[in-house]
Design a protein around this ligand. Structure first.
Ligand SMILES: [Zn+2]
Length: 223
C-alpha cells in the first residue's frame, strides 16, 4: 500500500493561518528527531471500518482539517493519518511544523510540533483494539518517516512525551492519547507488544508442526 499524498490539499492559506510560509521550516537546521503517536479519539462523522471508500476517508480528513484550523491555526495538526482500511494519507509536509503536541523537548528546548512528526490513527484506542489495517497503516507511516529521516527515529506515545514549557519547567501531557490499546500494539520496544509478537510466532510454529504431523500421518496411511 502506498501513501496517498494529500499535502498540497492542505498547504494553503485556508488551512494555514497567516499562510504556508509561516508554518514552513528549514529542516537542515531543525531536523525531525522523533515521531509522536496519536489517535483522533473519535470520528468526524460515521465511524469508518476496513470497507470505507477513499471519498469517505478524505471527507473525514477534510472535517478534521477544518476543525484543527479553527482551533489551532493549522489543519490537519498531524503529518500522517491512518485508517482501518490500511490506507495512509500524508497530510502535512515534512518541512512544516504542525499542531499535535504541546510544549518542548526538555533535551533540546525545541517545540515538539517543530521537531516531531505527528502520526495519528483514526479511532478511539482507549475503547477499542486497532484493526489490522490501522496497525499496517501506522507501521507504513513509521517506515516512511524513518526512510525520509535516514535513520530509525524514536516513537513516543503522545501522553508519555517528556515536556517542558518555554521557561524550561517540566509538565506532564494530560492525555491518554494514543490510547493504551494502540500503544501496546505498536510502540517499538514495548514489552507487551514484543511478547504478543513472540506469542504469535510460537502459535505459528505450533500450527506448522501440527500440519507436518498431519502430513506424516497421511503418508503413513498411504503406504
Ligand atoms: Zn495526541
Amino acid at each position: 500500500m502506498t501513501t496517498t499524498d494529500l499535502t498540497n490539499r492542505y498547504h494553503l492559506d485556508s488551512y494555514m493561518e497567516g499562510g504556508p510560509a509561516r508554518w514552513t521550516l528549514d529542516r537542515g537546521r531543525l531536523p525531525v528527531r522523533a515521531v509522536i503517536l496519536h489517535h483522533t479519539g473519535g470520528w468526524y462523522g460515521r465511524p469508518l471500518d476496513a470497507s470505507a471508500t477513499v471519498a469517505e476517508e478524505i471527507a473525514q480528513v477534510d472535517a478534521l482539517a477544518r476543525d484543527h484550523q479553527a482551533r489551532f491555526g493549522i489543519g490537519p495538526g498531524y503529518h500522517y493519518l491512518a485508517f482501518p482500511s490500511g490506507r495512509l494519507y500524508a497530510v502535512g509536509k515534512w518541512g512544516t511544523q504542525r499542531a499535535h503536541t504541546m510544549g518542548r523537548d526538555p533535551a533540546t528546548g525545541e517545540r515538539w510540533n517543530v521537531q516531531a512528526v505527528g502520526v495519528c490513527a483514526f479511532g478511539n484506542f482507549e475503547a477499542e483494539l486497532p484493526v489490522a489495517g490501522t496497525v499496517a497503516a501506522v507501521r507504513a507511516a513509521l517506515g516512511e518517516v524513518d526512510r525520509i529521516a535516514g535513520r530509525v527515529l524514536p516513537v513516543i506515545p503522545h501522553g508519555e512525551t517528556p515536556s517542558a514549557d518555554a521557561s524550561g519547567r517540566g509538565f506532564a501531557q494530560a492525555t491518554a492519547c494514543p490510547g493504551a490499546l494502540l500503544r501496546a500494539t505498536l510502540v517499538r520496544g514495548d514489552e507487551s507488544a514484543v511478547h504478543a509478537d513472540l506469542d504469535a510466532v510460537r502459535r505459528g510454529v505450533r500450527a506448522a508442526q501440527d500440519r507436518l504431523a498431519e502430513a506424516a500421518a497421511l503418508l503413513e496411511a498411504l503406504r
